[in-house]
Design a protein around this ligand. Sequence first.
Ligand code: HEC
Length: 238
Amino acid sequence: MNIDNIRITFSKSLAGLLSLPLLVMLAGCHTDMWVQKKVDHPFARSTFFPDQSSARMPVPHTVAMGQVPYNDPYDTGMIANSPGGSIAETGVSRGRFVNAFPFKVTKQDMLRGQSQFNIYCSPCHGVLGDGNGMVAIRGFVHQKPANFHTERLINAPVGHFFDVITNGYGIMYSYASSIPNPRDRWDIAAYIRVLQFSQNAPLSVVPKSRMKELMSSGSDTSKPVVSGEPSTASEGAQ
Ligand code: HEC
């Protein structure tokens, strides 16, 4: 017997020796899940819970993914099932758009709306909401992003803007997942109203303190200039 044979015999018996406890351990892993305690049939009585019901109720106020409370205008921008509504692709009956904000809009809301608008909407609709954002300038040749200063959109109810952000419109996709908080969507709608007002406001609404600034800006003075922040003049926009 040469040394190599000895090595093989030795390693074979070592492997056998080691595999024995492994086998015993593996056998122990066989936990019969089919014999453990469980509810055999749906809705069977259970002694585990105090109310003896095996089916559990969802935690209070649970909202399933994709399921929103469709009856609150705050979540939809419309009065549910009211006449004049259409049926959305989801099959949910849509109502008439509300034409009032579901809360008192503050300056804070408008500032929040401004920042959200500039992040999510201005690339296409432009910082003035005239549809001349950078993306629109460089692409979108067939369908331009909307200009919010048309008569139709100036007269559109605020609920419509909330709905466009939530569900998309035409080729514009939904921003519901990017802007999950309904309050932010309302704030953007409020800021759209600010923009609409700013682009169509008469000179008489410009506060005297800012008139000089406006006149010296060297631009077309037939229309007030929109500064980076909503001015005091635009606060009356709601
Ligand atoms: C990627 C480009 C893009 C972005 C970003 C975008 N939009 Fe649009 N939007 C469009 C286009 C394109 C249309 C025209 C869609 C059509 O008519 O098919 C449109 C249309 C609209 C309309 C007009 C609906 C009508 O009644 O005609 C509104 C209002 C609107 N967008 C609001 C918003 C708001 C608010 C945001 C930000 C949350 C936003 N959009 C972000 C491209 C964009």
